[in-house]
Design a protein. Structure first.
Length: 153
């Protein structure tokens, strides 16, 4: 079975780092994610607001480098949480448990505070999303490969 989800959107508020009674860092954020289609009636894109929970060093990273309006890419698993409201009604909330987070924009896109050259963090993934690459003009110092027409297999 597989439970993996990746979303990209903008933070709806500044992250707030909290700690459990045992001192474990945790932060909950809300990410606004646009749908790929527009409403026929209003010709506007629909937006979903997705709750994300991050723990330990990932929570600390989010609270240190992300602010309201900043584009974020979240990778994790979808989980449900059961709870009772103040009227005693049973409720279910769905949220993403973040395992990795990445910057979804660059310093050019958002000149606000923070060190946007910092690596993404969580799990085994480090480094911001790949920048575009343009090959040098003139072929650089690479030699041409000569083909003899025969395949090696």
């Amino acid at each position: 079975m597989l439970n993996r989800i990746i979303i990209m959107g903008r933070l709806t508020r500044d992250p707030e780092l909290r700690r459990t009674q045992s001192g474990t860092p945790v932060t909950t954020i809300s990410v606004a994610v646009d749908r790929d289609y527009q409403s026929k009636e209003s010709q506007e894109k629909q937006t979903d607001f997705i709750d994300v929970v991050a723990w330990r060093s990932t929570a600390e990273f989010i609270s240190k480098y992300f602010t309201k309006g900043r584009m974020i890419v979240v990778e994790g698993s979808l989980q449900s949480r059961k709870w009772q409201d103040k009227n005693g009604q049973n409720r279910v909330s769905w949220e993403i448990q973040a395992s990795n987070v990445y910057f979804g924009d660059s310093r050019r896109d958002n000149q606000g505070g923070g060190d946007y050259g910092a690596p993404s963090y969580g799990g085994q993934s480090y480094g911001s999303p790949a920048q575009s690459y343009t090959a040098p003009a003139g072929g650089g110092s690479y030699a041409e490969i000569e083909e003899d027409g025969e395949l090696p297999f």
